[in-house]
Design a protein around this ligand. Structure first.
Ligand SMILES: [Zn+2]
Length: 760
């Protein structure tokens, strides 16, 4: 039997792999301002960002502060020697039913051939609650620094278009305006987009266009610190998230989309400011996009789209392993058969079929214990404490609890099945499962095949060396070690990946990531304990340690000043009602209960402004009598394609937002705002529609003409919400003991007027 000196060496391998994997989840050191000017420096980019966001306030598109930021962006481009141009229009993106003024800023570095163009882009507008230093000030300042660097370079083959887009936050409006109306878009064959969904972490390449084989190869060669995993891309495709690149991708343009995504609680919050931005993330953004820009600038990008996709994963942010998906089926079959043959040769003398019986019990026992252990842990680690739904500020205690739970599940399996299951039987079954997983992935999700193919490949490689060695100390030891190390890599990579998509309330999902590692480590452990007597004492100690960690975890805050809970004070009133409400708004109802109690907020059912109701903690006040819209229904008439209804409405002075909600049973097909197509429900969207929505952001005041085309002639009720500035005097009594760990988020503080109109 093959044997290790001591299983501690396996622990050491696992720890080393984990440290390596953590490099894929960290950002590089920022480069100082004294670096040569052809090197991207995050410190220089930060200085640019400091200038752009001097006032440290939100600057939604169409707001006066966004004009200030816009002028500063233009001044930067001009000081680098570019002629900056504007693309200004009132634009609607019919996918989202959203309209706002758009001021895109464009600069071009002409290429020596200039037949095609590379578009490098980030949005300079912010969300409603914060200044948007990370989202997307980081991208904006990185591009301004890169534009400065590129200016001194001799021309690339292709044109380089720098686009600082506007109004991304309101529904990708700037990008849509550029793609639909700007003459330069026709030249664009490749896009580099910079985004953020947090304030720290690596700038990961998380999305490309269809047929990415060629650009992935280029990415692997052009970037020093690649962080990318095609499984993330597959997951992202199913998420309701969008970036400017969604617009270009839909038009079939190839691209690479970079974002950092750690520190999620700060994203779209009031403290997405420069103090909370990780300069390492900014550095990584710059290094990635500068590397890609130089490569794409020189490349014949007319043929950048390949016939097929690639699967890929980075190894310790050092190297990108990538493969065309078309070969995965053949490779999986080849490796799987090789692994099975190797195991057969190694164990041909001692193997008996009946050995497999206990293995068929032991393997499910281990896998189910891991999932069940994770499920049990999800209560003390995730359900009882007050946690952000996605990310924990102090994750290591919870992680350690999960690791010890894995050890407990593994030890219990050894104790129960040692002597019954041979290492050889386990090895056959475990690698058979991984082989099956590989075959399934290659047909269902080929770009994620590396999850199984990498461990299979390393095991196969090791087994060749093992079988060639004359006097092997133990059959397939090297194969087992390599297979285990690679499976551990896959396990840790995906375990940490889940940290920014789910918290410890989903610990079972996090634990399941270690199935691969557990499957591959057991044969070596079984061989080690074969002739030893195991007792339950170590299991008891593990259990005590896990419980202690769970208790410790309960004392760790789920929110901190640096990773705050989302909590906004806003005001809401409905026309015709004699009560107004100060509302404590919080994502996922994670408001501070003590604060709500101290200020006597009570749960109440409110008009949501979306033709429904919501339950929120509120304080009742007498209504402010905010000005809403006035609406004139000009009636509907039957036309080709359905019923067309014209509405004329008057916007109150300076309202930053008007949102109309129209019920689904109206069967709306299209809507126009002042003659511009604003909503087209036939456009496929990643978002689920509860109602139809039309929103006008910073659209000025006065009359607006709206035309609705629907399939139904029945009368229906629509809701209109208009925003106003929140009167400071209204909320100042509640600001005195505002919790340290809470910050406005999303739409931020505002006063809402809700009206409902029945259209006959
Ligand atoms: Zn953004």
């Amino acid at each position: 039997m093959h044997r290790l000196r001591h299983p501690l060496s396996l622990l050491l391998i696992a720890l080393l792999v984990m440290v390596g994997v953590l490099r894929s989840y960290s950002s590089p050191q920022p480069v100082g301002a004294d670096a040569p000017d052809v090197v991207f420096s995050a410190v220089r980019a930060e200085a640019i960002l400091n200038g752009l966001l001097k006032e440290n306030v939100p600057h939604v598109s169409g707001s006066p502060f966004n004009t200030v930021v816009r002028n500063r962006v233009v001044a930067h481009l001009e000081s680098s020697g570019y002629e900056a141009q504007y693309q200004s229009r009132f634009h609607c993106n019919p996918e989202f039913g959203s309209c706002s003024p758009v001021d895109n800023i464009i600069a071009v570095k002409p290429g020596s051939e200039g037949k095609h163009a590379v578009l490098i882009t980030a949005h300079y507008d912010s969300g409603w609650a914060g200044p948007g230093a990370a989202d997307d000030g980081a991208g904006t300042s990185a591009i301004l620094e890169i534009a400065r660097m590129a200016a001194d370079f001799p021309p690339f083959k292709n044109d380089i278009i720098f686009l600082l887009s506007d109004s991304e936050e309101n529904g990708l409006l700037g990008a849509d305006a550029f793609a639909e109306h700007h003459p330069l878009f026709g030249k664009v064959k490749a896009v580099i987009n910079l985004e953020a969904r947090g304030v720290t972490g690596p700038s990961a390449m998380f999305e490309t266009g269809e047929g990415n084989r060629s650009i992935i190869r280029m990415f692997s060669k052009s970037v020093d610190r690649p962080v990318a995993n095609s499984l993330i891309y597959e997951i992202y495709k199913t998420m309701p998230n969008d970036t400017d690149y969604s617009v270009y991708k839909r038009k079939g343009v190839m691209g690479v989309n970079f974002a950092f995504a750690q520190g999620v609680p700060v994203y779209h919050s009031a403290i997405d400011d420069i103090d909370h931005l990780d300069l390492g993330s900014l550095q990584h953004h710059g290094d990635n996009s500068w590397g890609m820009l130089k490569a794409l600038g020189e490349r014949n990008i007319g043929a950048i789209t390949s016939r097929e996709d690639a699967g890929y994963v980075d190894i310790f942010a050092n190297r990108l392993v990538h493969y065309p998906v078309s070969i995965t089926g053949g490779v999986a079959l080849f490796l799987g058969v090789l692994v099975m043959i190797a195991i057969f040769i190694a164990f041909r003398r001692e193997f008996r079929f009946r050995q497999l019986r206990w293995g068929l019990l032991a393997i499910p026992f281990l896998l189910i214990s891991i999932a069940a252990g994770g499920y049990l842990l999800s209560w003390p680690l995730g359900h009882w404490p007050d946690l952000h739904p996605l990310e924990h500020p102090y994750p290591w205690v919870g992680r350690l609890a999960i690791f010890l739970m894995l050890a407990l599940a593994g030890y219990s399996t050894l104790k129960l099945f040692s002597g019954r299951v041979s290492a050889c039987a386990w090895m056959i079954l475990a690698w058979g499962i991984i082989f099956t997983l590989g075959m399934t992935l290659t047909s269902k999700l080929p770009s994620a095949s590396h999850i199984a193919l990498l461990p299979l490949g390393m095991f196969a490689l090791g087994s060749v060396a093992d079988l060639l060695r004359k006097k092997s100390p133990a059959p397939l030891l090297l194969a087992s070690l390599l297979g285990f190390a690679t499976a551990t890599f896959i396990s840790f990579y995906h375990f940490f990946m889940l940290d920014v998509v789910m918290n410890f309330d989903q610990s079972h999902v996090k634990a399941v990531m270690f199935w691969l590692m557990a499957l591959t480590v057991m044969p070596m452990l079984l061989a080690f304990v074969k002739d030893r007597e195991l007792n339950w004492q170590p299991a008891r100690w593990l259990l005590v340690a896990i419980l202690a960690l769970c208790v410790l975890h309960l004392f760790l805050p789920g929110y901190t000043a640096e990773r705050p809970r989302a909590m906004t004070l806003m005001y809401s009133e409905v026309e015709g009602e004699d009560t107004g409400y100060i509302v404590l708004e919080s994502v996922y109802k994670r408001h501070d209960k003590k604060y709500a109690r101290v200020h006597a907020f009570e749960m109440a059912e409110l008009n949501s402004g979306r033709l429904g109701t919501v339950n929120r903690p509120v304080r009742k006040v007498s209504p402010l009598g905010l000005q809403g819209i006035s609406l004139e229904d000009l009636g509907s008439r039957q036309e080709e394609g359905g019923y067309t209804r014209d509405i004329k409405l008057d916007l109150p002075e300076k309202t930053p937002m008007l949102r109309l909600t129209i019920p689904l049973d109206v069967e709306l097909s299209k809507a126009w705002v002042n003659g511009e197509l604003a909503l087209d429900t036939s456009i496929e969207t990643k978002h689920r529609r509860g109602n139809y929505r039309l929103q006008l952001i910073n659209a000025g005041s006065g009359p607006v003409n709206i035309r609705l085309q629907s399939g139904s002639a029945d009368a229906y009720t629509i809701a209109a919400v208009t925003w106003h500035e929140l009167p400071a005097i209204l909320v100042s009594p509640f600001m005195g003991n505002w919790p340290q760990d809470a910050q406005p988020f999303g739409y931020g503080p505002r006063a809402e007027k809700i009206q409902e109109f029945t259209l006959q």
